[in-house]
Design a protein around this ligand. Sequence first.
Ligand code: KG4
Ligand code: ZN
Length: 345
Amino acid sequence: MYNPVDPKEKNDIVVLAIESSCDETACAIVKNGREVLASTIATQIEIHKRFGGVVPEIASRNHTMAIETVVNETIEKSGLSIKNIDAIAVTYGAGLLGALLVGVNYAKGLAYAYNKPLYGISHIRGHIAANYIGTDLKPPYLCLLASGGHTAVLNVKSYTEIEALASSKDDAAGEAFDKVARVLSLPYPGGPEIEKLAKQGKANIEMPCPSFTDKDELWFSFSGIKTFVINYAHKLEQKGEEMIREDVAASFQEAAVTQLFNTTLNAAKRTGVKDIAIAGGVSANLCLRSRFDSLKGQGYNIYYPQLKYCTDNAAMIGAEAYYAIKSGKEMSPLSLDAKATVPLK
Ligand code: KG4
Ligand code: ZN
């Protein structure tokens, strides 16, 4: 039977991580949580584009076809052999069950065949940990997590302890980008497309954005902006007027970024925490990054992942696994199951 990694016994910990929660089949080899020795991402975006979103069954099939090549290619690129790997980490949730199962089962197979300890890792925590790669970020800090499935401001008190300070009452930020993109006839995934189109437009349409007094509970809401855009498009259509898509994209992006920024800044002021990280697919948005950059002269330190580690990847899972191991997380049994939703803890 394989043994857990004892962090006290090892100077360096090398993790082979697998991620297959949605439409990217990914593997990475990460040393000590911060150094990526190799990373491979096989994306299915082109396959799902024609359906306007991810089709779960098709995603699972394509993970099955890709996973072996992706893992082998990653090991080859790292110049290591499986013998040099200390642990196998895998995203066990949150995500599409069928898609997750492909990665989880492959990881179990590797752990069993090569006698390596297995660690089931949360996708959400992985996104946050993407900020450790190549940086000196250490808890405590605040993290704005904005992905296709989650939007929250998290107080990362230690590598293991995370408290939610604000979360979305309805849609996630990335989901809103994707839905508004559809109204604008842009392909999936909508976030990068809206960002591109917005560059040619003016943010001259006022869209709903929550505001808070000092004592209010903090939250996000994106369904209001989405509905606004749908109604706006319908009204123009009824009047026979043309919609200036560039301006709608710029105005939507402005409203979404303002909301993400304001709620996070409010949380930062309340907690007094000066280190702020952003994470998840939406953290790739340059308009969002530049808004946070504006805080740099005001005593705040701003962190975001390298662009390639903002959207789904396995390096972030390897980074999170390292800190989980260092913090004494128990290894997972070979009966580890995939979960569609997972708690933050
Ligand atoms: O983190 P992620 O890859 O997957 C989830 O865990 O959900 O996030 C995907 C989301 C999609 O909704 C996508 O439209 C959005 O992130 N996204 C962006 C950008 N790049 C990806 N949103 C805004 N601007 C971007 N540049
Ligand atoms: Zn993700």
